[in-house]
Design a protein around this ligand. Sequence first.
Ligand code: UDP
Ligand code: MG
Length: 334
Amino acid sequence: MLDTNPRRPHLSIVIPMYNEAASVEELYRRLSTVLTLLQARYEIVFVDDGSTDETALLVRAIGAEDPFVRLVKLARNYGQTAALAAGFDQARGEVIVSMDGDLQHAPEDLPRLIDKLNEGYDIASGWRERRVDAFWTRRLPSRVANWLMARLSGVALHDFGTTFKAYRAPAIKRIALYGDLHRFIPALASWQGARIAEVPITNVERPGGRSHYGLSRTWRVAADLITVRFLLRYLTRPLHFFGPLGFGALAGGLAGGGYLTVRKLVFGEQIFLAHGPLLILSVLLIQTGILLIGLGLLAEILTRIYLDGRHRRIYRIEELVPAPIARVRRSKRA
Ligand code: UDP
Ligand code: MG
C-alpha cells in the first residue's frame, strides 16, 4: 500500500526499559547506525516501564536531539508484557520490531529479521541458537517450556522466550496482551493465521544491570502455558471443557445415590452406618457435577461478553472480494 503521509515511519522499534540506564546510550548509538543503513523511515519507541534510575531522563535527552526517538513513559512499573503492549499501541510503523533494552539483543541482527519479513512472513522471530545463559536456571527450564509450547500450540518454533521479533503491524496489533502473555505471541498470532519464521540471532550476556527475572519465572510460564492451551482450544466453547467433567461427576453421584436409595427402600438398610463412604462420595460427586456445569455455563456467558464487548470475532477475514465500499473510499483518501 502506498503511504502518502511523509511523517509516518515505515519501521517502529519498540524497546521496553526498566532500569536500563547503563545501556540506553550504547543501544541508541548502535541502533541508529543500523537503522540509517537500512534507509527506511523509522522511529525508536523507548517504553520506560516505571524505572527508578535515569532511564527516562537519558531517553528524553536523546529525544531532544533526535526526532526519530520517542519516549513512552508509563506511570509505574507494569511489567514487560504491559510495556510491550504500550509500545505496540503507540507504534506507527507498518513493520514493528520489539527488542530488549539491555543490549542482550544486538541491533546488528535487525536487518536479518526485516529481510525475513520481506520474504512474505507476518512474524520473524529471533532464535537464540547458541545460548550463553546458565544451564540449570535458564536453559533447561526454557528447553522444556519451548518443547511443551511447540507441542501445545502446534507452532514449530525453537525459541518462544525471546522478545526480539519483527512483525507486520496488523499481526501484532490485533493481539490482546495481558498477564505475562508476551511469550506466547507466536502461538496467539498463529492462531489468527499469521505466517511465522525463525531467524537465528546472537545471544550475549547482559552487559549492564541485572536480569529482572529468576527461577520463579518458570512457574509463571507454566501457568501461562495452561492458560494459552485453554484459550486456544476452549475460548469459544468453555462448556465443552467443563461439561463432560460435570456430567461425568453428576452421573457417578446419581448412580451411587440411586443405588443407596434402593438399598434403603428395598432392603431397609442403615445407609449411614453400612455405606458411609459411598454416601459421602455420591453427595460430593453430585455437588461437584452441578458446580462444574454451572461453571461451564458461567464461562459461556463470559465468552459471549468477551466476544461481543470488544468486537472480537472467532474468525478473521483476510480479504473480501469485491472489497466493501467503505473500505475502497478510505483507501482512496489515504
Ligand atoms: N523489563 C520491563 N519491565 C519489567 C521487567 C523488564 O520493561 O518489569 C524490560 C527490561 O528492561 C528489558 C526486557 O524487559 O529490556 C527484558 O528483561 P530482562 O533482561 O530482565 O529479562 P531476561 O533477558 O533476563 O529474560
Ligand atoms: Mg535481558
